[in-house]
Ligand binder design. Sequence first.
Ligand code: FEO
Length: 396
Amino acid sequence: MIRKITESVSWVGKIDWELKKFHGSEYSTHKGSSYNSYLIRAGKTALLDTVWAPFAKEFVDNLEAEVGLRNLDFMVQSHAEVDHSGALPELMSRRPDLPIYCSANAVKSIRGQYHKDWDFRVVKTGESLDIGKGKSLVFVEAPMLHWPDSLFTYLQGEAVLFPNDAFGQHFATEALFNDLVNQDELWHECVKYYANILTPFSSLVAKKIKEVVGLGLPVEVIAPSHGVIWREDPLQIVNKYAEWAADYREDRVVLLYDSMWDGTRKLAEQIAHGISDASSSTEVRVHNVAKTDKNDVITDVFRSKAVLLGSPTINKGILNAMAGIVEQIKGLRFKGKKGAAFGCYGWSGESFRQLDEELRECGFEVVSEALGCLWEPGPEELAAAYEYGRAFAAKL
Ligand code: FEO
């Protein structure tokens, strides 16, 4: 279970191959995940983070067997979300005297979740802890990356950065290191993770990267709390985050719709043809959001320069799957994207107008008047939808 990372650092976490949903049902984890906990052994022995609660006993039993709980001098809790703090109650029941170094916000969160008053030692940016053998841990608070309590730890002497959730991926692998896994799978999980979790905090990501790079510290290894450890060119993920944080968009357009009797689907497909014919270099994606994994949809929104939303009218509004994805897009606060709305209707016809409004509320620049289609689209309406797509492409 203990796997050596550097001279002083070992991985002691848990690979969760079974995990298919994370954050309740908010995040699909097609490739499982891992809860990376690290043991840092110099003159003193520190544990950095724990694992999710279902694995608490297994995790603490392993630590007892392979390290000896009595040999732990302290722990660092980088972030109190339950996937990293879930084994604290089990650990602290067996080592109630163990000091826990964390941010002030983490104390509030840990107390709020576990209702215990353990030996918390609050740390702030710039504070360090001597761990012997010429090594120390330096702390950098990273609020909203992605919780108010998030804390980065840097191991001086071995140039290892522990950024907790930042730079992570939900990706179960025995390979442990970034250079040993399939790169397409790895980067797919990285961008999905950023798009679905970190997008709203992009301005803070950019600021924090500048701050950390500005410290001028060497970084040999980046060891996040989920997925692979970056040891080959570790700054590649930092550079990617800087790119993603800067209102990221590719030459890609995504159409999101739901449909009752296929009319809105036909409009979506014709608009897509029109965009593609007008701009052959543009990657056009079409998703029925009632049938597509919502996190894959969001990843495509993140990567796109424009988004079109379509729904027929029902009960003077939009279909429920569209309402769900719109709520998600709103919360993620994408910037620098264009959009338009469309949809079929039979009687009153509110849906495409509502989606037009929703796009504006989501911060999109609406570049085409919403396209409504009364009843089922016939040849004329389908041709109009195709032309609508061509005209939309010309505005991007
Ligand atoms: Fe991996 Fe925010 O917990």
